[in-house]
Design a protein around this ligand. Structure first.
Ligand code: MN
Length: 724
């Protein structure tokens, strides 16, 4: 067997000895829970053949090493009782109290519900675990310890099962441990999972690493000596620790760098050999000030790599992690990575959330002020998701992303995953801001909403009460929060609006047969729907709107089923009236973007609904669609309605042009929804605006006013021709 084994059986006496931080009566309760659990599991054995009780005891021991309180420890002893023995949660509550029951139930799988698929069961169970943890964070700690001991003792299971457990650990548990700041736990879980998944690769890498360090021995000593001398001269008391980058992280780092989610402007992936040869040091100082002084000493001794310094002391990570990170060129081309922090920072870096119970002995789960920081984003995600599978998907997406931080104009820090855009930023500030955002200023420069953000930038969002989420935002939003909100909006808007359009199309055809749905008895309508094999009227309306079925045939079917209905002598086809551009099934063709009162033609394009063109549109003329396909459409005036239009202008590239142009448009009472810079050569710049106007007259006024601005060479409606 190649993987690390924890075969040593712990005895209750040893565990009790290690729990010397517990009060006498708490230790007694722990012992009572042990006796209860041992009796409940009496007839059970683990696959290794040993009595079952050794497992919960080992789990409690792991939590004891993190100095957790007696309730968590008792729950650890009892964590498999409900799932594997006839004992009920009510009995646990009666014997050990409500809170221990909550933890035990939180860790237990849902056994009484039948799931149709394995992945559904996994999603439901994991969601249940997380929601229980939101109420009491000790639930997740017990689960982690359980998983850790299981991985340590996986050796006796068959390879397929070992693989499945190891994969699940890497997929869900280790990223979550990272998010909660449980570094030690995460590293051990990762290494164990790695050992179960790729035992040979791990062994080769370990021996390769050991060989390499043997070669670097003198180099390491020299660096350590230099650092110590430097700190001594500066009068800073430090502890220097060299450590090896954990192998799984090293492999993962490279995969991550090669992945697509990183923005293009970050450094290219390092070669694996370079990563393996990089030397890591952790410097521990007495005070926070000393961290910065120590950093000065280090940067004096070796040349720092540009843009690799990170100050997580001033701007801690979401999980509370604090430290200074720097990378340097060491002697003989060695690459050094050094972290500087204080002892308490180190403790939090290693044990994150779990340090809470060390710092607040006797804390009740209700007093979880600090824990909220860790769980709040999870809670939000959970509330926004429609079901467990969706929650799990979003949760996984969020966990694997690296972090950046940007600022609001007022200086508030907003943390976002790498690759996040102003859309993510807007939603991170507030859902309403996300739902109504129209443009962004990044470091005072106008930028498209799809621009990837970088750490340190100041981002300002412009909103408009008329704006609403766009489907193409899904391409540039990376945070779950933004994606869930956009999707939710689109889904809701879609169904409602397509039903509305379908209703109008159907009513128009029915009118030709002198039929009105509102005037028909419900039974007749139901009979008709049965005949045409549609579940209900709304579904029919949606299918018509999507272009899946012609409204005319359905109307004909109804007229035939309604015996007394006489076909109208001369079917009048009143045109479909358009009063706004907010119906996703009425699309304004991007080639011509018609505006009232221009003549328009509707071209059915299943499954996207109807596309509206200007009657003289060149693209339409070349498309080969024949007039008999067209749907008659007309404008209907509605107060306050506005339509998408576009304009482009060619201007001298000088400061203030953009501001002047946007000012003119705003003064004219039009909303800008997007700005693009398709061309810029230092002398001239091409600006392209997408905006919302009332009608042709409105855009004409804007074009005329823009033409009068100084420095404007050319301005016209639509897209620039040569750029397509
Ligand atoms: Mn267990």
């Amino acid at each position: 067997m190649d993987c690390p084994e924890d075969s040593a059986r712990l005895l209750i006496s040893e565990v009790l000895l290690s729990l010397n931080y517990l009060a006498e009566e708490d230790a007694q309760r722990f012992y009572a829970a042990y006796l209860f659990s041992a009796e409940a599991h009496e007839t059970q054995f683990r696959s290794s053949g040993e009595p079952y009780i050794y497992h919960p005891l080992a789990v409690a021991h792991i939590l004891g090493q993190m100095h957790l309180d007696h309730e968590a420890l008792c729950a650890a002893l009892l964590h498999d009782v409900v799932e594997d023995t006839p004992i009920t949660p009510a009995t646990i509550e009666q014997r050990f109290g409500k809170r221990i029951r909550h933890i035990v139930e939180g860790v237990s799988k849902l056994s009484h519900i039948h799931f149709s698929t394995k992945s559904e069961a996994k999603a439901e169970n994991f969601t249940k675990l997380l929601t229980a943890s939101l109420e009491d964070a000790r639930v997740i700690l017990v689960k982690f310890a359980d998983r850790l001991h299981n991985l340590r003792t996986l050796g006796c299971l068959n390879p397929a099962k070992r693989r499945r457990i190891a994969l699940e650990t890497l997929e869900l548990y280790t990223p979550l441990a990272g998010r909660l700041g449980l570094r030690q736990l995460r590293l051990e879980l990762e290494d164990l999972a790695f050992a179960h998944l790729y035992p040979l690769r791990r062994r080769l890498l370990l021996s390769g690493q050991a060989n390499l360090r043997q070669h670097q021995k003198e180099q390491i000593q020299q660096i350590e000596h230099c650092l110590l001398q430097g700190f001594k001269q500066a009068g800073i008391e430090v502890k220097i620790n060299r450590y090896d980058q954990p192998l799984w992280q090293l492999l993962n780092m490279r995969r991550h760098r090669l992945g697509t989610k990183r923005p293009a402007n970050t450094t290219p992936p390092a070669r694996f050999k370079t990563l393996l040869a990089t030397l890591h040091f952790r410097i521990q100082t007495l005070t926070q000030d000393d961290c910065y002084r120590a950093l000065g000493v280090i940067h004096n001794l070796y040349k720092p790599l540009p843009q690799r310094f990170k100050d997580y002391i001033a701007v801690p990570k979401t999980n509370g992690y604090q430290s200074l990170h720097t990378a340097l060129y060491g002697p003989h081309n060695a690459l050094l990575k050094i972290q500087v922090c204080t002892q308490s920072m180190q403790l939090r870096a290693d044990y994150g959330m779990a340090t809470y119970w060390q710092e607040h002995p006797g804390a009740l789960p209700e007093q979880k002020i600090m824990l909220n920081d860790w769980f709040k984003p999870l809670l939000e995600l959970h509330q926004a998701a429609n079901n467990s599978a969706e929650f799990l998907e979003y949760f996984k997406d969020d966990l694997f992303l690296e972090e950046i931080f940007v600022f609001t104009p007022k200086g508030k820090i907003i943390r976002l995953p790498a690759g996040a855009t102003p859309i993510d930023f807007a939603y991170a500030v507030h859902t309403d801001i996300g739902n109504t955002c129209v443009s962004a200023l990044i470091d005072q420069q106008a930028a498209p909403l799809s621009t990837p953000l970088m750490s340190g930038q100041i981002v300002a969002i412009t909103t408009s009460a008329q704006a609403y989420p766009q489907a193409n935002w899904l391409k540039s939003a990376v945070t779950s929060r933004a994606r869930i909100n956009v999707q939710r909006y689109l889904k809701h808007a879609d169904w409602q609006q397509s039903a509305k359009l379908g209703q109008a199309l159907l009513a128009k055809e029915l009118l030709a047969f002198n039929l009105d749905l509102d005037a028909l008895p419900q039974a007749q309508i139901n009979g008709w729907l049965r005949n045409i094999h549609v579940a209900d009227l709304e579904t029919l309306q949606n299918e018509i709107a999507l272009g899946h079925r012609p409204a005319l045939l359905d109307a004909l079917a109804l007229s035939q089923s309604v015996t007394q209905a006489q076909p109208a002598p001369a079917p009048t086809h009143p045109p479909l009236a358009i009063s706004s551009d907010t119906n996703p099934y009425l699309q304004f063709a991007t080639c011509c973007l018609p505006l009232p009162p221009e003549l328009i033609l509707g071209v059915p394009c299943p499954p996207n609904g109807i596309v509206l063109h200007r009657h003289d549109c060149q693209t339409l003329a070349q498309s080969g669609a024949t007039p008999k396909d067209y749907q008659a459409v007309t404008w209907e005036s509605a107060p306050g309605s506005s339509f998408v239009s576009s304009l482009h202008l060619y201007a001298e590239d000088r400061p203030g042009t953009l501001a002047a142009v946007t000012h003119v448009i705003a003064q004219a009472d039009a909303n800008i929804t997007n700005i693009d810079f398709p061309h810029r050569d230092g002398h001239y710049t091409m600006l392209e605006f997408v905006l919302k106007v009332r009608d042709v007259a409105h855009i004409t006024v804007i074009l005329r006013k823009l033409a009068q601005l100084p420095g404007i060479v050319q301005v016209a409606r639509g897209k620039p021709k040569h750029l397509g």
